[in-house]
Design a protein around this ligand. Structure first.
Ligand SMILES: CSC[C@H]1O[C@H](OP(=O)(O)O)[C@H](O)[C@@H]1O
Length: 344
């Protein structure tokens, strides 16, 4: 099954509503640019590459909704929407990269506004298709770098870096899909990933959809599985990678990396080049999103703690490059200290 979280549907964008999975599979139709802003903020669509693609379609919707033949007015409307999109979520660099790609297309395209609208819709569609093919390439690059023994590996992954977090196929889960398709996977341990449970809700759902053998564990079981020798490798996604390989990813990734290092288990980050921030020398400057504390004290309508307790909810952490075995990209797999070789 091809899971495509985002698709252009003639004159609007169709999103899989990731806040409803796995209980309900439903779509949300996005017809206005500012509704795409809300969709990203509320995580109807989430995942670094996916929010980049969503933002690109947000710019395309902005182009479609502005009724003017004045180029300056047209571009100003795109900039207004771009500013709102930039303020949705601060950590994933893909969001900003995609917005810049779209604005550059608008500035470099001349002609009547109807023509610009068509070119921007086409640019967003091309960006989505490119991200999909990039993920398939990442999957295959990752397969080639996994341990050669045993023939069938038991891997671990965190959060959701799958088809739902990208434009299809996935990055970390793309590597796992490629291993599954090549009969190199025994099973994958899926960490539930508190507080938003992307692992339990989204990665588990993708694995069941694609008949990938998967076992769900709570986050605090990861160390036990490693200590018992069950895990041959860990593969996670990324939201922003600095030049030295320091990697921002879902909160809890750092803990997993330290555990893997302690148990001498290879720890891979799988990400497209669009997730690399070539302007940052290290991860200390990566902005870490803090989200609503309700995500911690409730699951659905169920309170998990007592009113009056203070709550902290950083949504990402930064794993230092020294804990990362390799970074799997569409241009190959490199140790963190050789990442700059891949700079376009
Ligand atoms: C393929 S990168 C996905 C990346 O994004 C997730 O964060 P969120 O669900 O909050 O958007 C998580 O960090 C994943 O690894």
């Amino acid at each position: 099954m091809s899971i495509l979280p985002i698709a252009w549907a003639y004159d609007h964008v169709r999103l899989i509503d990731q806040t409803r999975l796995p209980v309900e599979f439903s779509y949300v139709e996005i017809r206005r640019a500012m509704d795409m802003v809300t969709a990203i903020q509320t995580m109807i669509v989430r995942g670094a590459p996916a929010i980049g693609v969503a933002a690109a379609f947000g710019i395309a919707l902005a182009a479609q909704e502005i009724d003017t033949e004045e180029r300056q007015e047209f571009l100003e409307h795109l900039e207004t929407v771009a500013t709102a999109l930039r303020h949705t979520r601060p950590t994933a660099i893909n969001l900003f990269w995609a917005i810049d790609q779209m604005l550059n297309t608008a500035r470099q395209t001349v002609g009547p506004m109807g023509f610009l609208q068509e070119k921007l819709i086409e640019a967003a569609q091309n960006l989505a298709v490119d991200e999909y093919h990039t993920c398939v390439t990442i999957g295959d690059q990752g397969l080639a770098c996994l341990p050669t023994q045993p023939q069938r590996l038991t891997l671990m992954t965190y959060c959701n870096a799958g088809a739902l977090a990208t434009a299809g196929y996935g990055t970390a889960l793309g590597v796992i899909r490629s291993a599954h398709n090549a009969q190199r996977l025994m099973q994958v341990y899926v960490c539930e990933t508190r507080p938003r449970l992307q692992g339990a809700r989204l990665t588990a759902w993708e694995c069941v959809q694609d008949r990938i053998s998967a076992t769900l564990i709570t986050d605090n079981m990861a160390g036990y599985c490693m200590q018992k020798g069950l895990i041959h490798g860990v593969v996670v996604g990324a939201d922003r990678i600095a030049l030295n390989g320091d990697t921002a990813n879902k909160i809890g990734t750092y803990s997993l990396a330290v555990l893997a290092h302690t148990h001498q288990i290879p720890f891979y980050v799988a990400a497209p080049l669009s997730s690399i921030d070539w302007t940052l020398s290290n991860g200390s400057q990566i902005p870490i999103e803090e989200r609503d504390i309700e995500e911690v004290y409730k699951i659905g309508d169920q309170w998990l703690t007592t009113p009056g307790i203070e709550i902290f909810n950083p949504s990402f952490d930064v794993t230092p490059a020294r804990y990362i075995t390799g970074i799997i990209t569409e241009r190959g797999v490199v140790p963190p200290d050789q990442l700059q070789q891949l700079q376009p």
